[in-house]
Design a protein around this ligand. Sequence first.
Ligand code: HEM
Length: 132
Amino acid sequence: MSANKIVTLDELRANKSKDKFYILIHEKVYDVTKFMDEHPGGDEVILAEGGQDATEAFEDVGHSDEARALLPGMLVGDFEKGSGLKLKSGAAAAQASRVAGAVEQGSNLMYFVPLGLLGGYFAWRYYTTGSA
Ligand code: HEM
């Protein structure tokens, strides 16, 4: 386990020019200075996320696994905890995805319970009429 460098909110805010640009995604800070020019979505959308949490913007696009695989190579460090910056990732996001998962499971049950009952009914019909 290597201890990552901690990037402070001041550092994040200090690096939001084309000469040096940090982006905050999922509580980690990445140096995208070089990558910006190559970004398929253009540099403007990245520049717009300077000095703040870009997690939501990044996730809303539905970036591919290939896009995510680029992140580790640009990692600067972990974002400081308790910076006062409102994070869109972390506990709230994790909870949201747990809720989404539970809802999905719930809706699966909504299919299987009635189907199960229906199957049970026909099985019962089959056995009772068959022996009558
Ligand atoms: C370091 C962070 C980022 C990386 C490594 C990255 C990487 C990529 C890659 C590889 C693509 C091509 C499609 C794909 O593979 O999903 C892409 C597309 C795109 N990205 Fe990013 N991206 C980053 C941040 C952002 C941010 C903060 C935004 C803000 C909204 C953004 C907006 C977009 C858009 C709109 C596209 C679609 C472009 C198109 O298909 O015309 N990206 N990005």
